[in-house]
Structure formats: structure tokens, C-alpha cells
Write a protein that binds this ligand. Structure first.
Ligand code: AMP
Ligand code: ZN
Length: 113
């Protein structure tokens, strides 16, 4: 996808500090962190959002497997964390490359659910 900032960050076209990567998934720090740890976990392939994930695609499993590894590597597995995905307009999605916010490092604010 041309001119997609997260495609470029995930595939190394724009240099950034990569927290984790494998063949399918990359993770980097959010520019505007909402907690001491705020990591964005994204597929290397472009999806606008979750609505483009097809029935037999295992990318979401790969993303959660990456989150599991990141939590251990960055030492926040024990205290816990929150994963947030905004999909589309009403959720306020601003970057149209599917991403999962992983926030941790403090007692997090009120739960919505
Ligand atoms: P969302 O509102 O769920 O679409 O979240 C987009 C997130 O991307 C926000 O938390 C932004 O701070 C973050 N963001 C935007 N541009 C960059 C960038 N170049 N590097 C890292 N994070 C970014
Ligand atoms: Zn993209």
C-alpha cells in the first residue's frame, strides 16, 4: 500500500526502533504514548483494519502470539496489560493500517467493559 506510514515502519522503509518482528508481524513504540509502555503491533502486510481479515487468515493469531512474546521480553506479562484495536470511524481509527495498541507499565485507567 503506497503512502501508508505503518507499512513503511513495519517493513523498514522508514527507520524506527523495532520492539519485535517476525516474518508476518512488527511492533514499534507509539509516537504519543498513553502509558509507560505503549507498543503498536501490526501486520507487515497491509490491512485497513480488522474488516479486511478473511475467514481462514491466521494473522490475528500471529499478532496475539507476538503480543505474548513481547509481554515476556519487555517484562510486563506478570503485571498485565491491555490490548486495544480501533476499527473504523466510530472507534476513532486514525491510521488506516490495522494495529493493536498494547499498553502497560502502570495501573491502567477505568475499563470501558
Ligand atoms: P488509532 O487512533 O487507533 O488509529 O491509533 C493510531 C496511533 O498511531 C496513535 O496512538 C498515534 O499516536 C500512533 N502513530 C501515528 N503515527 C505514528 C508514527 N509515525 N509512529 C508511531 N506511532 C504513530
Ligand atoms: Zn499499510
Amino acid at each position: 500500500m503506497e503512502d501508508c506510514i505503518f507499512c513503511k515502519l513495519a517493513n523498514g522503509e522508514i527507520p524506527t526502533e523495532i520492539v519485535y518482528e517476525d516474518e508476518f508481524v512488527a511492533a514499534f513504540k507509539d509516537l504519543n504514548p498513553q502509558a509507560p509502555i505503549h507498543i503498536l503491533v501490526v501486520p507487515k502486510k497491509h490491512y485497513d483494519n480488522v474488516m479486511q481479515v478473511e475467514e481462514n487468515d491466521d494473522i490475528i493469531a500471529k499478532i496475539y502470539s507476538a503480543i505474548n512474546k513481547i509481554a515476556k521480553k519487555e517484562n510486563f506479562a506478570e503485571n498485565g496489560f491491555r490490548v486495544i484495536n480501533n476499527c473504523g470511524k466510530d472507534a476513532g481509527q486514525t491510521v488506516m493500517h490495522m494495529h493493536f495498541h498494547v499498553i502497560a507499565g502502570k495501573t491502567l485507567g477505568d475499563k470501558i467493559l
